[in-house]
Structure formats: structure tokens, C-alpha cells
Ligand binder design. Structure first.
Ligand code: ATP
Ligand code: MG
Length: 409
């Protein structure tokens, strides 16, 4: 994925804010390899999921092992904490990452084959406070960036205890509507009927609308947990909707699932996550609960654009030092360097263009001030500092300190 300078400053701004918020909340950054053995994702993400069945970039390495570019972050984080003994450290263990992921999907607005996520995970707490902490972390990022259009939707898909009864009810329901399901979902009936709830086909969606809801099949513990989460979110002043149709596209979730959605287009989920209490042990680690989310950066930017909160490009020069003749070029360039040493964003002419072309360039780059140095200015050691926004100008020595002071910096 190409991220060009006209956008990369927005990415930097987002990343800086995310890192600050994460650190303030006690989350440490984890950096992981770009690819892992395919089996990790088969087991971690689930081999009946769309991601594993259709979307992974899988290749065979020179030793004949099957490897895959990471399609998501949680499986890799879990592999890493098991391998590095972090599961044995003081709990909770709070981690975050900002990384690229790869899925072989049909590219469209909000969906690309390489994409970036801010992800965070908390391990070692079964308390609904940990679920709330993750939801509030994501919400804090939206708040800090000024994104107001996102709506939080939460649901509980239950634990293995309540899942059995629900699965049977769901299977019986879909069995009765089997003829209307797409071919993939017909197959899912026997492998993982829960996945049918997440199918994107309109015909399956219509059938799923009347399917049994996990929320009506929760065991006492799951119900208490979900009620407590709602209470904590309310206490924290965060509005939410309970949406029984949220099931998430990955197999590892248990209990709480959530999404932040915005009207940014067909791909409206900006952030999705939930609890995954069985994942660490299923990947060979100790019994350790977890809860986390992934926030797509391009969809976050789309929400920022919609809400009109994209910041100004900070790389616009404060000042452009133009040269009216060849003799002045080097002096102009060195003056720009002296200004940069004082923290002023200064540019000078590098292409030897006419003064008119230089001014056009300075204007296009959004320079606030300019100075033109020609033969007279070189001889006198003085020039005009011109404010390009209001046209005012003041005389200055060709001296970086004086220019800086005149610019009010
Ligand atoms: P979707 O329903 O949009 O396919 P998903 O359930 O596959 O989402 P997750 O795996 O939970 O998504 O990923 C979390 C977030 O990462 C998504 O909400 C989205 O913002 C982002 N994301 C996922 N896939 C892509 C993609 N192909 N391109 C851009 N962003 C993506
Ligand atoms: Mg997807």
C-alpha cells in the first residue's frame, strides 16, 4: 500500500496520538514478524473463517513449510507472549501494536489487500472492567482525534457453556431455511453455523435476521458479566447500543463482542473486537483470558474526513528564501539552513528557476513568508521579509536570528 506525503502526515498524527493514549493507559508496544507459520492462523483465527479459508496470503518457504502473511494481530500476539514467557509475568498484561496486515480480498473503498490496524489486547483479567477498558481505549482514540460519528455496538456471544444450546437452536433454525442459504453457508451448517450470522450475502443476511440470538441463550455468568459491562460503560459516560447481530468474523471470540461503526460507506466497521478467553490455552499457553480489538486506520481516516477533523499539513514551509540571480542562490540556501537550525521550516530554490516560478512554488507549498535575495540584497546584507498571507513586509538583515524574531517565533 502506498501512503504518499499528502496523506502520510495524517498517519503520523494518528499514530502519535494513539501511542500517547496507549502509554497513558499503561499499554506497552509489541512488534511482531510479518509472517508466521500458517498453522498459527488455522488454529488461532479458525479454519472455518473467511480469513483462513479465502483471504490468506500463503506460501511455501525453502524448507517446505507453509507460511502466511499475518491477516490479523491477535494470533501473533498470543504466540509471542507464550514463546517469550510473558504469560508468567504480573497480570494484567496490556499490549498494543500499529501494524500492517494482509488479506486477499476484493479491493474496494475501505477494503485493501494490505491494510493497517491499531490493535490492543489485555490478558489475565476476566473482569468486565477489562472489557470496558478496551472499549474505552478505542473510544479515547476517537475522542482525541475529534471523530464524533462513530456509534458503539456491543453484544455477548456467550461462552462454551451457553454456546452448546445456542448452536443447536441456530442449527435447527438454519436447517429449516437451508434452501435459501448460499453454498458457503450450506457447508457452514455442519462446520460452524455461527459463521452464517456473519455472512455478507443478502439472502443469508435476510434469513439471519430472524435467527435465534446469542443474547437470549446466555448462561448466568455470561449474563452477569454483560450486565456489569453495560453498567461500567454507562458509568464512564459512553453511549452504546446492544446489537444482537454482532458476532464478529473470527472464531476465537467468547462473551463480549463490540464494534464501532460510522457511516463511511459499505465498509462501515472502523473498529471491532471482543473477549477471547480460550485462545491462549488453545495455542499451547496457560489458561489465560484476553480481550482486545483491531481498529482499521484507513477507515479511521475516512471517519475523520467525514467529520472534518483532518489536521493541516505540518510540512508547509514557514518561509521560502528565493534567489533573484544565480549569485544569490547559495546564500539563499545557506540562510534557509541557518533558519532550519533554529527550528524554522525553511526552503530555498534548488532548481534554478525564474523568480516568478519560485514564487509560484512557494505559494503552492503554502509558505507563510518569503525573502527574495538578489544582487542588491547581497551587497547591502539586507532584504525584505514578506508575509505572503497579508502582503505586509519588513526590512531585515540576512540573519537567521533577526528573521526568526521578525516572524514572531
Ligand atoms: P469486515 O467485516 O469489514 O471484513 P472484519 O471482521 O474482517 O471486518 P477484523 O478482522 O475484526 O475485521 O478487523 C478489524 C478492523 O480492521 C475492521 O473493522 C476494519 O476497520 C479493518 N479491516 C479489516 N479488513 C480490512 C481490509 N481488507 N482493508 C482495510 N481495513 C480492514
Ligand atoms: Mg473481513
Amino acid at each position: 500500500m502506498d501512503i504518499l506525503p499528502d496523506k502520510s502526515y495524517v498517519w503520523q498524527y494518528i499514530e502519535k496520538n494513539i501511542r500517547e493514549i496507549a502509554a497513558t493507559g499503561g499499554f506497552g508496544e509489541i512488534r511482531m514478524p510479518t509472517f508466521e507459520v500458517t498453522e498459527l492462523f488455522d488454529r488461532g483465527v479458525g479454519d472455518t473463517t473467511d480469513i483462513v479459508q479465502k483471504e490468506m496470503y500463503t506460501f511455501t518457504d525453502k524448507d517446505g513449510r507453509s507460511m502466511s502473511l499475518r491477516p490479523e494481530g491477535t494470533a501473533g500476539v498470543v504466540r509471542s507472549i507464550i514463546e517469550n514467557g510473558l504469560c508468567m509475568q504480573a497480570m494484567p498484561l496490556k499490549l498494543y501494536y500499529i501494524s500492517n496486515f494482509f488479506r486477499y480480498e476484493k479491493p474496494q473503498a475501505g477494503r485493501s489487500r494490505e491494510f493497517f490496524q491499531f490493535g490492543a489486547e489485555t490478558f489475565g483479567s476476566e473482569s468486565p472492567l477489562a472489557d470496558a477498558e478496551m472499549i474505552l481505549l478505542a473510544s479515547d482514540v476517537f475522542k482525541r482525534l475529534g471523530v464524533k460519528s462513530v456509534v458503539l455496538k456491543i453484544n455477548s456471544i456467550g461462552c462454551p457453556n451457553c454456546r452448546g444450546g445456542f448452536r443447536d437452536a441456530l442449527k435447527a433454525y438454519f436447517e429449516s431455511k437451508k434452501d435459501g442459504l448460499c453454498d458457503t453457508c450450506k457447508g457452514r451448517l455442519n462446520t460452524n453455523p455461527l459463521r452464517i450470522l456473519d455472512c455478507k450475502c443478502p439472502e443469508c443476511k435476510a434469513i439471519a435476521a430472524d435467527a435465534p440470538k446469542t443474547i437470549d441463550h446466555l448462561c448466568e455468568d455470561c449474563k452477569t458479566h454483560f450486565d456489569a459491562l453495560k453498567e461500567i460503560l454507562t458509568g464512564a459516560g459512553l453511549a452504546f447500543e446492544v446489537d444482537p447481530f454482532i458476532v464478529r468474523g473470527l472464531d476465537y471470540y467468547t462473551g463480549t463482542v463490540f464494534e464501532f461503526v460510522s457511516e463511511i460507506g459499505a465498509q462501515s466497521t472502523v473498529c471491532g473486537g471482543g473477549r477471547y478467553d480460550g485462545l491462549v490455552s488453545s495455542l499451547g499457553g496457560p489458561k489465560l483470558s484476553g480481550v482486545g480489538f483491531g481498529m482499521g486506520i484507513t477507515r479511521l481516516i475516512a471517519a475523520m474526513e467525514m467529520d472534518g477533523v483532518i489536521p493541516e499539513d505540518p510540512s508547509a514551509p514557514d518561509i521560502f528564501i528565493a534567489s533573484a540571480c544565480a549569485e544569490a542562490r547559495e546564500r539563499a540556501y545557506l540562510l534557509a539552513r541557518e533558519l532550519r537550525a533554529l527550528g524554522i521550516k525553511a526552503e530555498a530554490e534548488l532548481c534554478g528557476r525564474s523568480l516568478k516560478a519560485q514564487m509560484k512554488y512557494a505559494d503552492k507549498k503554502g509558505a507563510l513568508y518569503n525573502i527574495v535575495i538578489g544582487g542588491d540584497e547581497l551587497a547591502a546584507g539586507k532584504a525584505n521579509l514578506k508575509n505572503m498571507k497579508n502582503g505586509e513586509s519588513a526590512q531585515t538583515a540576512l540573519d537567521a536570528e533577526e528573521i526568526k524574531a521578525l516572524m514572531g517565533r
